[in-house]
Design a protein around this ligand. Sequence first.
Ligand code: ADP
Length: 546
Amino acid sequence: MKGLMQDWPLSVTTIIDHAARFHGEREVVTRTVEGPFHTTNYKEIHLRARKVAQALEKIGAKQGDIIATMAWNTHRHLEAWYGIMGMGAVCHTLNPRLFAEQLVYIANHAEDQFILVDLTFVPVLEAVADQLKTVKGYIIMTDRAHMPETTLKNVHCYEEIVEAESGDYKWATIDENDACGLCYTSGTTGNPKGVLYSHRSNVLHALIGGSADVMGLRSVDVVLPVVPMFHANAWALAFSAPMAGAKLVMPGSKMDGESIYELLDNEKITTTAAVPTVWLMLLQHLQKTGAKLPALNKVIIGGSAAPRTMIETFEREYGAEVIHAWGMTEMSPMGTLGALKAGMEDLTTEQLLDVKVKQGRAVYTVEMKITDDDGVELPWDGKAFGPLLVKGPAVAGSYLKSEGGNILDADGWFDTGDVATIDENGYMQITDRAKDVIKSGGEWISSIELENTAVGHPDVAEAAVIGIVHPKWDERPLLICVAAEGKNPTKEDLLSYLEGKIAKWWTPDDVVFVDEIPHNATGKILKRALREQFKDYVLPTASAAE
Ligand code: ADP
């Protein structure tokens, strides 16, 4: 027997419709790319999103087209998302930090028809425009006064074409399973792969993202998504914040510690989300200036492992609750978050930190398991570790154009490429990316755990650990550190600091100091580049072993 409830397609446009109607005056504040702050609200965003749809149709865009954006988090980017998705097209977020050749590959592979681009990235596109085979035109996201000289062809001024429209527009009729967003992931092997979100997956994911033990968004919240809209669906915040009627503060192009502090302080941000690198810069700024953040309630940290000291500093010194999050582009992206559970009220501060350094428990709609190499499920005892597999309605079933073939196993599980433990309470902890674990004498050493322990040293700004070939053990860990500003730690300092904090056999065989550790386009440590840089490195322990 079928249920008798209404058929109400889960379209993302219902989110902005709802925000405009019930939270129309709630503000969206932007640090614009041009410089000054700009304030608008959900009613205006709703109107302008419909104007964007009309404007795009006027210049030739159609339902089903892939329309790209290359833009910072701003009010314009937000209205463009809803405008593109609302006309039944697919919004493809191009990551401007990608190398030129990846960018060309991605835009051509996706068959982008138009690109909406922020002023900052006009030169990035100019450099590759002659290789973009499907792009019919560019929309520069500024007003007439700021339009640059450009070699791009078929250029439109965003404000001009948007403001020429009335906004009298009815959203396209869509099926909730139609595509609405496209985001490429760097992928572990081969070319980047396109993850194609549907209206339904985004709506479900936003509902979950805003729920109490996830990001817990309320209309009284003021949300600062530092996590960019051009990466991993902005952790659903462009949907979950308007859904809740929370005020949004968009950071534009400035993510340095001082700029982020300025927003947190001026706008009295209650909830914010970013990768650890951003928080590292903010904490350095706070420590230098002695500033405090009385309004801040919740800091969501994900994308890479949040170091214990970072969690501790936010909670102890700044009174903000840290929620550690794990996910991936393929998961829309949230998989697990580390909110505490009933029964943990009496834990000591140290025990609480032991829970919070874990990446957390699965959100509703995410199923997960860990297996051994033969695919047999491992126990949830916090010790056994193996490949982490997931399932759910907002998890990719395949990549765009079936790139990479079938990505699910016979039972529909997606292998995340991460290696993890899961404890009795369901809290998952990433041990490593499968390709980054250090295989020493048949046992695995977690590079993440070593890195997180090493950055606890006050004289270390950043640390990375890679496996170096070893004649006896196959691989042994090399610790690569960037010293904190004005500090000069030594190898001996680091090794004695690690003593007692890690298993003795995990102790790095050597420690080197570098000026900079390379990062990929999404802010993660580029282990591949480090392995290349240190490919001829001979560990001091290597000759002794021969
Ligand atoms: P990309 O490879 O393009 O950076 P993602 O942003 O989707 O793609 O990266 C997802 C990966 O990031 C995960 O598979 C995991 O390895 C890593 N990751 C995300 N969050 C965390 C976290 N909290 N701790 C450790 N690793 C994380």
